[in-house]
Design a protein around this ligand. Structure first.
Ligand SMILES: [Cu+2]
Length: 146
């Protein structure tokens, strides 16, 4: 009689174990899907530039980096919003790619050779403020020393 009870207990235990395994598999799949969504990192930083042509050059440079999902440069704010996969690239790689195209970022000065061949309208002022509010400023010259 004891043997029968034991073997029944063993069968139940095996059944429970296989159920647990199945549950675990489902959990793992769910976790993978969630972490894929979290992997995208949003980043904003200042980039100098003048016009729509600058915008396309800057965004093209950012998008050329593997792992960058989207890039949007704001001509008024002198600022770029980038979304990227941080397992494939990092912030400095994106800064450098934009600098290589001739544009100054907050962290990396633009390549002078690339700047020299930019169209005239795109030769931006290296003293230009980055990360502006986007509002049109009145230049009152009050900070000039004569
Ligand atoms: Cu331009």
């Amino acid at each position: 009689m004891k043997k029968v009870i034991l073997s029944v207990a063993v069968i139940i235990a095996m059944g429970l174990t296989s159920c647990k395994n199945e549950t675990k598999k489902v959990e793992e799949t769910t976790t993978t899907e969630v972490s894929k969504e979290i992997a995208m990192t949003d980043l904003s930083f200042g980039v100098r530039g003048n016009c729509g042509m600058c915008k396309s050059t800057i965004e093209k440079a950012a998008n050329s980096v593997e792992g960058v999902a989207s890039a949007n440069w704001d001509v008024d704010k002198k600022k770029i919003d980038v979304s990227f996969d941080d397992t494939k690239t990092d912030a400095m790689t994106i800064h450098k790619a934009i600098a290589d195209s001739g544009y100054d970022t907050e962290k990396v000065a633009g390549s002078e050779e690339a700047y020299d061949v930019l169209p005239g309208c795109c030769k931006y002022d290296h003293e230009m403020m980055m990360n502006q509010s986007g509002e049109v400023k009145v230049d009152d010259h009050s900070d000039h020393e004569h």
